[in-house]
Design a protein around this ligand. Structure first.
Ligand code: NAD
Length: 491
């Protein structure tokens, strides 16, 4: 590991019970994916570190849940403004530890802020139901009540947004909350916690615990944790779901994805090509909403392939800090190697690689994890590259005879996170909405990303649980609906 003095951002700290403390165990370096340089180091939290956070959270919860709801949202209004004021600084930090472009980082932070805004509406979001005269002389009410300490374990690809799918709602509804961010890019979460501290939450209500697998296990095994929100890859999501349930905890676990875009012969093909390429290549393909399989009606297949090639050739690979860059580096050297192996697998399987980004050179950044856009045509649904999540700048195209066959191909996937349809026919759109098996659907839009006031969640192997992230769904996850029956015989 690099020594502390060499590191631009020093050692990442935990935020526990209102104090900044170093995690007890040695961890790893945080690398800039464009330069390969270590910019910080992050320690991993031990069982004792987790225990300290859970105990502080339990103590804080007893007072916090009694605060009037209007008081509980005041720090969130502060936080919203602080995040706005520091958005540019956060975006630059995000690019340095993650690699995505500045425009992508700004967009990510915007969605994070929107979640804070929506959680400020908790006085309405927490309302349940009331029925007068449910039985003779009896009124019946449902009350949403907080439960205690919740934790969220989040992935590397949106360090500034995904924690906000959970944190503001958990605390606004009266719980205390612990975030365990990805160890690969923990600097933005740490900076956001400095802003959280400035926003004025009481000690122990919102805490940050850094770490990796053992830290997550300590969270899952702690009796004081009521529930866990998870976002990450499917194998880990399944494990978290099983372990949390075994330990009697609430759990919502969002997993990986393999998303399809369908293009019919009535679509505006130029528009569809631009949006399809944007969806597949944004954030270098490291998005759970990236559509990286395009299923195209055969009557327009050749024309669409040509348009997608033209669009992909316009992309600029480079450091995310350069404003003209559209495809930044991949998160780590290992991940770059993994994506390159998928490209090789596609070639071996017989798909035709019509754009090969493997030789891309970015002279100013010789040690970055760069891979240029890779395009396959004539992929078939049974190929590994059509079935497994690649999480890189790779798009595969295949023909289908009509929309029915295209939807069958989409539905044959093990995953069900998102899908898009480009068409000029309302009947196609209706069929797609009815039959496509994915949690987020878009028509004539490249990426099916729900706003913060709708829930976010997939189906099949992309999600384990029932209540999703964001908005009312996550408020229901963070509360128990107590039913209260009342009779006054003299009334
Ligand atoms: P990951 O599963 O490797 O890690 C996610 C988190 O889990 C991290 O905080 C990590 O420290 C922790 N973790 C890793 N292995 C663990 C284990 N064995 N036990 C306990 N904890 C463990 O995911 P990643 O590489 O950080 O993120 C990319 C993945 O996340 C992709 O598969 C992507 O599709 C998925 N993702 C899904 C959504 C969604 O909404 N469905 C959103 C974003 C990302």
């Amino acid at each position: 590991m690099s020594t502390r003095t060499e590191l631009a951002y020093g050692t990442v700290q935990n935020y526990v019970n209102g104090k900044w403390v170093e995690p007890s165990e040695e961890g790893m370096d945080v690398l800039n994916p464009a330069t390969g340089e270590a910019i910080a180091s992050v320690g991993f939290s031990s069982e004792e570190d987790v225990d300290a956070a859970v105990r502080a959270g339990q103590e804080a919860f007893e007072k916090w849940r009694r605060r009037p709801v209007e008081e509980r949202i005041q720090p969130l209004f502060e936080l919203k403004q602080l995040l706005e004021d520091h958005q540019e600084e956060l975006a630059e930090l995000l690019v340095q530890e993650h690699g995505k472009t500045l425009a992508e980082a700004r967009g990510e932070l915007r969605r994070g802020i929107e979640n804070v805004e929506v959680a400020c509406g908790i006085p309405t979001l927490m309302q349940a139901g009331h029925v007068e005269n449910a039985a003779p002389g009896i009124d019946e009410t449902a009350v949403r009540q907080p439960l205690g300490v919740f934790a969220a374990v989040t992935p590397f690809n949106f360090p500034g947004m995904i924690p906000m799918w959970f944190l503001p709602y958990a605390v606004a509804s009266g719980n205390s909350f612990i975030l365990k961010p990805s160890e690969q890019d923990p600097l933005v979460p740490q900076r956001m916690f400095e802003l959280i501290e400035a926003a004025g939450f009481p000690e122990g209500v919102v805490q940050l615990v850094n770490g990796s697998v053992d830290t997550v296990d300590a969270i899952l095994e702690h009796d004081g944790v009521e529930g866990v929100s998870f976002v990450g890859s499917t194998p880990v999501a399944r494990t978290i779901y099983e372990k949390a349930a075994n330990n009697g905890k609430r759990v919502q676990a969002q997993g990986g994805a393999k998303n399809h875009v369908i293009v019919t012969e009535t679509a505006d093909l130029e528009f569809a090509a631009e949006k399809t390429v944007g969806s597949a290549l944004a954030c270098s393909g490291e998005r759970c909403l990236a559509n990286d399989v395009a299923v195209v009606e055969e009557s327009v297949y050749e024309e669409f392939v040509d348009l997608v090639v033209q669009e992909s050739e316009k992309q600029v690979v480079g450091s995310g800090l350069d404003e003209e860059t559209t495809v930044g580096p991949l998160i780590t050297e290992e991940h770059e190697e993994r994506v390159r192996n998928y490209v090789e697998t596609g070639v071996q399987e017989g798909a035709e690689l019509i754009l090969d980004g493997r030789d891309v050179e970015v002279p100013e950044y010789p040690n970055g994890n760069f891979l240029g856009p890779c395009l396959f045509r004539d992929m078939t649904a049974d190929m590994v590259i059509a079935r497994e999540e690649i999480f890189g700048p790779v798009l595969g195209l295949m023909p289908a005879s009509d929309i029915d066959e295209a939807i069958d191909i989409l539905n044959s996937s093990d995953y069900g996170n998102a899908a898009s349809l480009f068409t000029g026919r309302g009947a196609d759109a209706r069929k797609f909405r009815h039959d496509a098996e994915a949690g987020n659907l878009a028509v004539n839009a490249g990426t099916a990303a729900p706003m913060a006031f709708f829930h976010f969640g997939g189906e099949k192997q992309s999600f384990f649980g029932d209540l999703h992230a964001q908005a009312e769904d996550v408020v229901r996850f963070y509360t128990d609906e107590t039913v209260y029956i009342e009779r006054w015989p003299d009334s």
